[in-house]
Design a protein around this ligand. Structure first.
Ligand SMILES: NC(=O)c1ccc[n+]([C@@H]2O[C@H](COP(=O)([O-])OP(=O)(O)OC[C@H]3O[C@@H](n4cnc5c(N)ncnc54)[C@H](OP(=O)(O)O)[C@@H]3O)[C@@H](O)[C@H]2O)c1
Length: 266
């Protein structure tokens, strides 16, 4: 029986990197994303298990901002595999237009907060309850169990603590994800569920494709001690480590994937 992971936005960018890594590690993966089912990609992923063995992938079309879609998503995974071991809250958006803090509108604020914060907050609540029910149904003695009964990983951003005054709603949403991580980590620790925040810096994906030149220059000028762009596989490696069950006495941790960008330097 494979371990089961939910990866929101697991069809593109960082999320696709996470999906690929988890499939290689032997997980079954359920993806939630808004686009039509990507049949070619799913065919490819179904051959991307450990050492090229077949893999189990399920795609649910829906929005993380819609609580009704959470139910369809969780139910689809439970019907297919009967359990959930890992939730990766990865799906996220940048503001459609970068606007100064003194001009940006409420519509963009509501959209970004709805997808980046409200959505994962309530999906975490939904999945945590499913994990607790699954633990209770298993009849396992939690006190004797050294491994977490479930893991939740939130993909935040360097923007959780670094201001960009032309995309305030994004920064606020990611700071909220950071607090959400600590809240759920504290509430879920006695339930045997660990919660982590993975905090990427600048990663080459569709999200950053429009600002490549800007970040090429910033990286060349020393934005991060490691001067290269991050890759989805860099973030996926962090998720794989945190989901491995090797750190059961750690929760609420922030794992930076930013080439050292967060280190204060003189
Ligand atoms: N790239 C970076 O430099 C960077 C840095 C720090 C943090 N991050 C964070 O990392 C995460 C992934 O970013 P990325 O760079 O991989 O972005 P991306 O390439 O733009 O991909 C975004 C993913 O999120 C999904 N998504 C967007 N809105 C959704 C919704 N309402 N419901 C469900 N899925 C939705 C997209 O699915 P569709 O295909 O259906 O649109 C897509 O799979 C985001 O949370 C982002 O804030 C990125």
């Amino acid at each position: 029986m494979p371990k089961v992971a939910l990866v929101t936005g697991g069809n593109r960018g960082i999320g696709l990197g996470i999906t690929r890594r988890l499939l290689t590690d032997g997980y079954a993966v359920a993806i939630l994303a808004t686009r039509d089912e990507p049949t070619e990609l799913l065919d490819e992923l179904r051959g991307a298990g450990p050492d090229g063995a077949p893999a189990q992938v399920l795609y649910v079309q829906g929005s993380v901002a819609e609580l009704a879609d959470h139910d369809r998503y969780v139910t689809a995974a439970l019907e297919a595999w009967g359990r959930i071991d890992l939730l990766v809250n990865n799906a996220g958006v940048a503001p459609s237009v970068r606007a100064d803090l003194l001009e940006a509108g409420a519509e963009s604020f509501d959209r970004v907060l709805g997808i980046n914060l409200r959505g994962p907050y309530f999906l975490t609540q939904r999945v945590a309850n499913a994990m607790i029910a699954q633990r209770d149904a298993s009849g396992e003695d939690l006190s004797a169990n050294e491994s977490p009964v479930g893991t939740i990983v939130n993909v935040s951003s360097i923007s959780a603590t670094t201001v960009s005054t032309n995309r305030g709603e994004y920064c606020v949403s990611k700071a909220g994800v950071s607090m959400g991580t600590q809240l759920f980590a504290a509430r879920l620790a006695p339930e045997g569920i660990v919660v982590y925040e993975v905090r990427p810096g600048v990663i080459a994906t569709d999200m950053t494709a429009g600002v490549t030149e800007k970040y090429d220059k910033l990286l060349a000028d020393g934005l991060a001690p490691n001067p290269r762009w991050g890759r989805p596989s860099d973030v996926a490696g962090a998720v794989a480590i945190l989901a491995s069950g090797q750190t059961p006495y750690s929760t609420g941790e922030v794992f930076h994937v930013d080439g050292g960008m967060h280190i204060p330097r003189l």
